[in-house]
Design a protein around this ligand. Sequence first.
Ligand code: HEC
Length: 340
Amino acid sequence: MIFVLLVLGTLAFALLLLPILAPTRLTPQDTRRTELEEEKELLLGNLRELDSAGTDAGTLTREKVRLTQVLHELDALPPAPAAAQARPALPTAAATLLGVALLLGVGSATFLPQWRNVGLSPNEQAQLRGAAELPRLAAKAEKTQAPADYLAWGDAAWDAGKFNEAAKAYTQVLLKERDNAKALRRVGYALLSSREMARDGMSFIARSVALDPQAPEGQLLYGYGLGLFGQYAEGIKALETYRKLDPDGRDADELLVEYQAKVGGQVDGQLVFAQNCASCHGQAGEGGTGPKLVGSPALKNEAALRQIVLNGVTGMPAFPQLEGKQLDALVKTLQGESWP
Ligand code: HEC
């Protein structure tokens, strides 16, 4: 988080300095950048309006795909020289920062789990070594503009774990073939790492699963995404479907255990207290090194109580790991009639 802020801060500073430092000379790239910047602002404006107007998902998706494409193209151009000068500084900077945040979000896709063998037969695994081929595949796709070539580039980038680059290629596929299930789920996966666009990522993946329910990778990514949104039970269903479709696939194992722990069984609030709190507050909350909790007004306010447990207070450690079912059960116990 601090890193992202630092990067954003540096970029914002650089953006402020650029118009001062750069020479005033317009190249074709500057013209293109200006066009793209204008389209970007238009799209951002449209999206804000469409979002609040409850427009149909298709229109929203198209606008967002186009925005991603514009951002990528902007990204590929050299840094802006004087062209930005003539534009009102504040809205431009704000829009650019939003764009950069989106791009960084997509860029951070590389921190997502790397699905080791998804979609790869053993002989295809040689492709993993094909990362060196990426520039050639990219150049070819950009020359022919053919969906098949963009797919080949996207696939190679995906197999090499370069999810950002893959999303770029698959976005081009989607502009030509809206219903390409593989491109949909893989762009969706990249979007999941961006806070602003995670929901769109999820709807991309959901559409992909609806189009091609038999694709193991679709079910795997769907299950992963559902977990990100806290829908563990549904996530388990999708992950189990993945395992049925691909009995040798091991990529869901860890997630399945994690999700089952989240939904599994009734959590006993008394037990949570005994394990985490009793050492200081006493077995029955009668007090010890920590204050007496029985009858404490601090238990009445649920939000405050959750705050205390999750963040700690002076002299009391934080328990962020209890977040979720355990905390719910603990709070219920502490506020219950029958406690202690
Ligand atoms: C290491 C000892 C320790 C543990 C473990 C601990 N606490 Fe505390 N807790 C304290 C101390 C010390 C305070 C008093 C902090 C202060 O007032 O500055 C406190 C304060 C509180 C308060 C506020 C009480 C009041 O009257 O203001 C609540 C509620 C509370 N703890 C709940 C819990 C719960 C629930 C757990 C288990 C998840 C827990 N504590 C675990 C030491 C502990």
